[in-house]
Design a binder for this molecule. Structure first.
Ligand code: HEC
Length: 105
């Protein structure tokens, strides 16, 4: 009985010691950044809440229509809380910083 009680107290103390040890968590430094340009702050506020800038940086150059579709997809499919009246401004920024001209018809 005494041994059992002692073991319990011992194990409890071990548990307490393990819990009180500080846990240090070091996250990798975020290095991906959006390209500079008019509207970059708007994009940073609306596009970096769910994923890093790499998702945008890794895309090939897209025409404005495609960038607008991408913004619509983030809103519609993925539920990004982007206000309706910001969509065109975001498409402008993305097309200027990551775009290519629309093909001439
Ligand atoms: C609500 C969260 C959310 C926000 C805000 C958001 N995205 Fe996304 N985005 C996602 C998810 C989820 C994916 C898909 C990830 C995957 O396939 O692994 C994604 C993927 C992407 C991709 C990769 C291609 C693709 O279509 O899958 C691009 C480019 C992209 N996002 C651009 C943007 C831009 C530009 C904005 C701002 C206008 C934005 N995202 C804001 C959730 C978000």
């Amino acid at each position: 009985m005494k041994t059992t009680l002692f073991s319990l107290v011992f194990l409890f103390s071990l548990g307490w010691l393990a819990q009180s040890a500080p846990v240090r968590i070091v996250l990798p430094v975020e290095t991906a950044a959006l390209r500079k340009g008019p509207g970059v702050e708007l994009a940073a506020a609306n596009c970096l809440t769910c994923h890093s800038a790499d998702y945008i940086n890794m895309q090939p150059s897209l025409v404005r229509t495609a960038w607008k579709a991408s913004v619509d997809k983030m809103r519609g499919k993925f539920g990004a809380p982007i206000p309706e009246d910001q969509v065109e401004k975001l498409a402008d920024y993305l097309a200027a910083a990551y775009g290519k001209p629309e093909p001439v018809k």
